[in-house]
Each structure stands twice: as C-alpha cells, then as structure tokens.
Design a protein around this ligand. Structure first.
Ligand code: IPM
Ligand code: MN
Length: 351
C-alpha cells in the first residue's frame, strides 16, 4: 500500500517520540512492502513561533490531502502560566480536530501482563482490563461560545450538544460494542446537566437498533470511582468531550504508565493518531520520554487502514520489549532503563 502520512511532531517531547514512531513504521513498511511518504508539518507552540498560529493553513492543507495524520504532542509551559495569552498551542489541536471532522476519539485502556505490578492499583483489580472509551471530540464545552465580562470578574464556558452529534458518536459506540462483548456504558451527568439528558435520551432511543447490546447509563462521578475499583467490569464507554478527557487520563493509570496509551481520532476520511499524553516539557530533549504510546498509535493507524498484521507486529514488538525490560525510566522502577531513542531502535529492529 502507498500511504501519505502527515507528520505533526508538535512540542516538548513530541519530536522525540514521533522520530521513534517513524522509525518503527518504516520498519513495518519495509517488512510488509508498503511505501510511506511522510509529510512533516508545523503545529503547536512550534508553529506559533514560526508563523504566529498553532494550526497554520499550510498544515491543514497537508493533513487534508494525506491518508492519515500521525501526531506527537502539543503544549508549552510559557502559555500555561500566562492566562492572557491570545494564541495557545492547544488551540491548534482543537482546530485540527474540528477542521478534519474528527468527532470520535477512540482511547483503549488495556493491561500488559509484564506490567501488572507497575500500576498503583492492585493486580487483582486491574487484571483482564480491556476497555475502550469513545470520547466525543468536536463538541461540548470545548467548542461552546466562550466569553468573559469586561471587568474580568466572571468567566463562562458553554456546553452545547445537538442530537445529531450524540447520535453519530453513539452509533460508533454501538458498532464497536457489537465487535466486542456487546456491553456499552453511556457516561453522563443526567441528574444535573441538560446536555447529559439529551445524551441519555438519544442513546436510549437508539437501543432498539442494537438489541444485542446491553446498555448501562452511569453518572460520571460514579464512573470515576468504579473505573479504579472494577475497571474490568467495563467494555465500551461513550461520553462527551470533557468527561472523556478526564476519565481517559484516569484510566491510563491502569496500564501502568500514561506513556503507553495510544489513541485514534476518527470521523471523516482522515484519521488522526496520537498518544494520549501531553508534551511533558520537563523531559524535552532528555531522551527519557516513553515512545510506546506514539508507536502504538502508529499501530492503530495501520489497523485503521485494514492492515491488521502490521498493527499486530508493532504490538508484539512492544510486548516483547516490555517483557525483556527494554523500557524508559517511567516503567523501570528505579532499575535499568533505556533512552527514548534506544527503545525506538530496539522496536524497529524487532519488527
Ligand atoms: C487530550 C489533551 C487535549 C484535550 C489538550 C492538549 C487540548 O488533553 O488530547 O486529551 O484536552 O483534548
Ligand atoms: Mn487530555
């Protein structure tokens, strides 16, 4: 297969982890006879510095004309500590998600047998966990009208959802549930929020189209608790943008490190594949960041093209590395650890 992939390294550790994902993907291309044409483009703080905005038109053109986007990370502390900043790196990611129509963010959480004791949660609680969040990605409070009173004493953010937005996300949730254990949990706060009541009503109305799927409706606060108590009781969870953002960070603890969790953002034709972690500015340039989440995001990218064997080859290599202790310091427990680049090299060699 010939693939054009937009390559958005972004900020902080982004370029370092992206380099490893490219190396591993190129090894896959070589082994399985594909041709990948990488098309680098600017985003985030790096793009603000270069051209004054975090998702330049040129970058959008490159993404929109590619088969997929592989993304590193976005964000820089100099913006976090300046509430008055007019342009922020994160706006680039939000704009990209919106402009590419990526309304469904697929965030799996699974455990690795060699890491069961690395999680702060007890082994018997997390063993067997294999769940997927479908986070709505282009609506809700992230995209509602924003405002601030002139005198600066009041701020507000609006959470807005349309039935159609809920339906298209829920449809993906039902379809995914049909390919797994046919269990779907709709996470909301329907006891308080009007948007959540719309979510619940919409999902309830869709249940009859998927009679085999058992749907549960749970409040987000209760899910936050149950997720760390009985994570293996969940399978597919659907939820709105902000709840999904928060719960997927929480869920990443189950696997042992946030540096392991990949994601795919889907919707229209072009998928975006990125680790769920941020730009980890303190680690920039130190060759210590875990590249596995980005590498596993590349696996999701291959799988989304229908290239299952290619995805599996990456997953197998990652599992081997974890079993052999070829890991970065976040997983080394104070023992021997490898650099970002060395882990990438090892994985590319073992494809
Ligand atoms: C994520 C990130 C982003 C989000 C930020 C960087 C805008 O936290 O992908 O989860 O909140 O969606
Ligand atoms: Mn997040």
């Amino acid at each position: 297969m010939k693939l054009n992939i937009a390559l958005l390294a972004g900020d902080g550790i982004g370029p370092e982890v992206i380099d490893q994902a490219v190396k591993v993907s190129d090894a896959i291309a070589k082994k399985f006879n594909h041709k990948i044409n990488w098309k680098p483009a600017l985003t985030g703080a790096a793009a603000i510095d270069a051209v004054g905005e975090p998702y330049p038109d040129e970058t959008h053109k490159i993404c929109a004309s590619s088969d997929a986007v592989l993304f590193g990370a976005i964000g820089h502390p100099r913006f976090d500590n300046d509430p008055s900043a007019k342009v922020r790196p994160e706006q680039g990611l939000l704009k990209m998600r919106k402009k590419l129509g990526l309304f469904a963010n697929v965030r799996p959480t699974f455990t690795f047998s060699s890491l069961l004791d690395k999680s702060p949660l007890k082994r018997e609680r997390i063993e067997g966990t294999d769940l997927v969040f479908l986070r709505e990605l282009t609506g809700g409070i992230y995209f509602g009208e924003k405002g601030r009173r002139d005198e600066g004493e009041t701020a507000f953010d609006n959470c807005v959802y349309t039935r159609a937005e809920v339906q298209r996300l829920a449809k993906k949730g039902f379809e995914l549930a049909m390919t797994r254990s046919k269990k779907l949990c709709c996470v909301d706060k329907a006891n308080v929020l009007e948007t959540s009541r719309l979510w619940r009503e919409t999902v309830q109305a869709m249940e009859k189209e998927y009679p085999e799927v058992v749907v549960s409706y749970e409040f987000v606060d209760a899910v936050a608790m149950r997720l760390v108590q009985w994570p293996n009781s969940y399978d597919v969870l659907i939820t709105e943008n902000l709840f999904g953002d928060i719960l997927t960070d929480e869920a990443s603890v189950i696997s042992g490190s946030m540096g392991l969790m990949p994601s795919a953002s889907l919707g229209a034709d072009i998928g975006l594949f990125e680790p769920i972690h941020g730009s980890y500015p303190q680690a920039t340039g130190l060759n210590i960041a875990n590249p596995m989440a980005t590498i596993l995001s590349a696996a999701m990218m291959f799988e989304n093209f229908g290239l299952q064997k290619e995805g599996k080859a990456i997953r197998d290599a990652v599992n081997n590395a974890l079993n052999k202790g070829i890991v970065t310091e976040d997983l080394a427990d104070g023992g021997k650890s490898y650099g970002t680049k060395e882990v990438g090299d090892w994985l590319a060699e073992h494809i």
